[in-house]
Design a protein around this ligand. Sequence first.
Ligand SMILES: NC(=O)c1ccc[n+]([C@@H]2O[C@H](COP(=O)([O-])OP(=O)(O)OC[C@H]3O[C@@H](n4cnc5c(N)ncnc54)[C@H](OP(=O)(O)O)[C@@H]3O)[C@@H](O)[C@H]2O)c1
Length: 238
Amino acid sequence: MEKQEKQEKQTIALAGVGDFGRYIYEVLDADDRYNVVILSRQSKPLYPPSAVHITPSYSEESVYSILQSTRATTLISTIQCPDSAFVTIHQNLLNACLRSTHCKRFIPSEYGGDIERFPHLPGGYARSRLPFRDILAQSHGVEWTLLNLGWFMDYFLPQAMSYIHHVPGEFPVQWESWRYTVRGTGEEPQNTALWVDMIARVYEDLVHCAHQVNSLNANHWDSEITQQLSESETDSSF
Ligand SMILES: NC(=O)c1ccc[n+]([C@@H]2O[C@H](COP(=O)([O-])OP(=O)(O)OC[C@H]3O[C@@H](n4cnc5c(N)ncnc54)[C@H](OP(=O)(O)O)[C@@H]3O)[C@@H](O)[C@H]2O)c1
């Protein structure tokens, strides 16, 4: 009986589990409905060795092989890599899903910005996420979702309270020095979201969309938060 229940679990594959991926892993792993497997270029001491599947360069062939052997139904990427590699790696992930028997849900690594109103922002996304969105839009056979949230609220926390590493000078608020950077005129809203809300969206995707194949109507651009940025910046104290 126990074995039968285990077989009914859905396997979720996470590619590139770093800062944000760690949150997703922990939440899904604690849920009895899911088995979670990790695709990584290297061993990951933080996670059970049995959960980690090595794919040296996220090549299509190796990802496909892992998806097949684990019978994963959904692939979630949280890969953060140089812009030049992003499209190739994500194309590999997409192709592997398309070829796979079961993996027909795909969430590429987005999680930033407002892609409906400002698809070219942040700047690096224009060179990485934007071209891959075009590829996804023309693909058939895999349901996908783009999840975007503005900034993670983690940046308001001391580093020790968050898995998301602070990148000095990137987030407008430097809580350690009580300084913020006004982007634009200062009137534009800059929004942040809790990682738990982001994962709630991942869940929504898993629960409502898994196992449906090739429904273009199910593709949605989930842009929750407005982020307006312009070229000019001003440093200010709180
Ligand atoms: N909106 C926000 O405030 C915000 C903040 C942070 C991140 N994000 C977004 O969230 C996503 C995940 O970011 P993160 O901070 O969690 O990423 P991260 O921890 O820096 O990296 C995630 C994983 O990417 C893989 N990776 C790194 N370099 C690579 C390379 N050259 N080639 C292939 N894989 C590589 C690594 O996995 P392996 O070593 O296991 O292969 C790494 O653990 C990104 O899309 C990022 O833009 C958004």
